[in-house]
Structure formats: structure tokens, C-alpha cells
Write a protein of this length. Sequence first.
Length: 413
Amino acid sequence: MTKLEEMGALARKAARTLAVLGPEKEAALMKAAQALLAHEEEILIANREDLAAGEEKGLTPALLDRLRLTPERIASMAAAMEEVAKAADPIGQVLFGEKRPNGLEIQKITVPLGVVGIIYEARPNVTSDACALCLKAGNAVILRGGKEALCSNKAIVRVLCDALTGAGLPLGSLQLVEDPGREAARELMGLTAYLDVLIPRGGAGLIRAVKEQAKVPVIETGVGNCHVYVDESANLDMAAEIIFNAKTSRPSVCNAIETVLVHSAIADKALPLMARRLSQKQVELRGCPRVRAILPEALAATEEDWATEYLDYILAVKVVDSLEEALDHIAAYSSGHSECIVTESYANAQRFLQQADSAAVYVNASTRFTDGGEFGLGAEIGISTQKLHARGPMGLQALTSHKFLIRGSGQVR
């Protein structure tokens, strides 16, 4: 057996125990959350190693921000774990029940997925979030984080595992693939004998690689080529504020916008207002020829810009002549994450809600709200941008499956 096969076998065994636990899961996760706080300095020391290596390798400020841990962020990680721990148990819920004419009693109930593999990039907070969500939903989890966060992830997993096993959870409930090499990632993606599902969380390159190479079923998450369309009836001050927030409040996350579409009827007023607001954060604008005629400081946008998730202070901007053209552009380039229309037209708002085919569609609000906590779902494993099994913020319910229970008294068919 390879090292990963041994991990898979251990996880499979742990999953059978986790599937039948109840209040024990809450108690264990509460202890794990407290352990994060108790071992804060140990985790921060490991994170400083990752940050120093990242700076040496020339990681962008946005990527370094994703990687960085602080006492406040560790406190938030612990609070998120406690919130998940206290949430209602998603396992064993009766979704359907019926007694058939032949006397068979049939129930459909929620059950764990089993063993969940998660491949993600340089965000150490995902480590604790994934642990809490998977274990609360009765799943064992195997994590494979990015090499940029390896020291941080090892420290976090060590702290969490000690707390979880100390609270009585089975060995193998939480494991980390410590080999940062591509071969280990490929082996994980082919671990069909042990993994029930694989969830990639990261940029477009990671998502594409997992989709193309995985033999295990994949739930696609993460890529956020998000749009704001400023309609001809829009309140322009509102539009400028929404765009500013959606781009600059945290550009390194998947619910930040990457493209703004502006109706030609109001472009001469809307674009300068938007540009002035964005200049406060030195956002680089890349525009079509009609944008550059109004904003000469904008760089020329290329075809690639419309499809790029920048995760940085860069914004693509295009002038369009209609809502129809805006919807066509979104359909062509969106990753299916989050889209927004700024409009005072009820008819246009309704059409946008119906025809923008993404996981979250907004009217007059920032896309930065696409988040499990903001939606009232609690912590999430990621934002699913596909349509099968899960879509949008993936909370506890998205980490369950179901099965049918049939009780009879000797019936035969």
C-alpha cells in the first residue's frame, strides 16, 4: 500500500464510526476550536515561515493576504468551528416517508457522503473550516492544501487531530497530505477505492486540473469570474459604491467582481464616477475602445481579460448597448458564481434574475455577500458553481447524501 492508500483505508474505517455519532461530534469540534486558540502562537510561527517563503518566491500581495494568519483570523477560525459544532446535526433527517399499499414502510434519510477529499490553495482557514463541516456531517476528510501554506496546515491539523482524538473521535477522521508534489495530488485524484467525492477549492487552473484528471466524483467550486452590469436606469452613485465594494473590499476572494458592463446610454456619466471611486484603491482598469474613449487612462482590454479571474486590484470594463448584450457577455465568460445588475427597472431586474445562470444573482447589492455565513447557512466548504448535487454556498446539507430505509413484514415481489 502507498502512503495515500493507507490514509484512505484509515479514513474509510473512521467514516463508518463517524456516520453513527451524534452529540459526540459537537463536543469534539468544540474542543478542537478551543485548541486553535490555545495553540495560537504555534500556528502563527508556522504561518510566518510560509509568509517568508511566499515573499521570497514573489507571491502577489493578494495571495499573501490569503495566506496570512493573525490572532484575529485564528479567533475567527475557532468561532466558525464552534458555530458549525452547535448547528443542527444534518444526519438522520427524514426527507420522505410513506407506507405503500403493500405494507412496506419507506423512508428517505440524510446520510454522510463518506470520505471527502479536498484540494485547495493557500488559505489556511480552509483547513479548519473543512474539518468542522466534514466531521459535523459525519464524513472523514483528507486534505491536500497548497505548498505555499504547508507549514501552517501541518500545524493546524496537528492541533486539531490531537483535540479530536482526545475527545474520542476515531483516528483517521482528519488527515493531511503533507507531500506537496504533483504526483501525490494525482494519486489523491485517483483514489477511487477510498474517496467518495473530491472538492477542489481554488483558482481556475486548479479547478481545471482536477476536473480533467480526477477519477473520483468532483464537486466544482471556487472560480469567480463575477460581473456587475450597470443598467441605463441605474442609480449611478449606488452603482459606484457597489462596484467599489465588490472589487476592493477583498479582491483575493472568489466573490469579488472581475468585470463591469455599463450601458452606453449612461456610460459618459457612470464611468468617470466609477473610476474616481476605484482610484482610491489604485484599481487598474482594462477597457474596450468605447471605455477608453471616456477613460483614456484605462489600458486596452484583450479577449483574455473578459475570461480572467484576476484576484487583484484589476477590473475589466466594457460598454454594452442593451441588457441583452450584457446577458450574452455574462453567458459567454461567467464562471457561474455571482452576477449583479444595478437598475431601477423592475422588468430588467426580473429578467436578469431569470436569465443570468449563476449560483447567486443579485439586484442592487454587492456580490461580496455570496458566502455561507452571509446567507445564514453558517460556514461553508466553498461556493459550488455546478448544477449537480450542490450549487452556491456549500454548508452542512451539501456534504450529505441520502439513502432509503424500507421496513417490511415478509413482502415479496
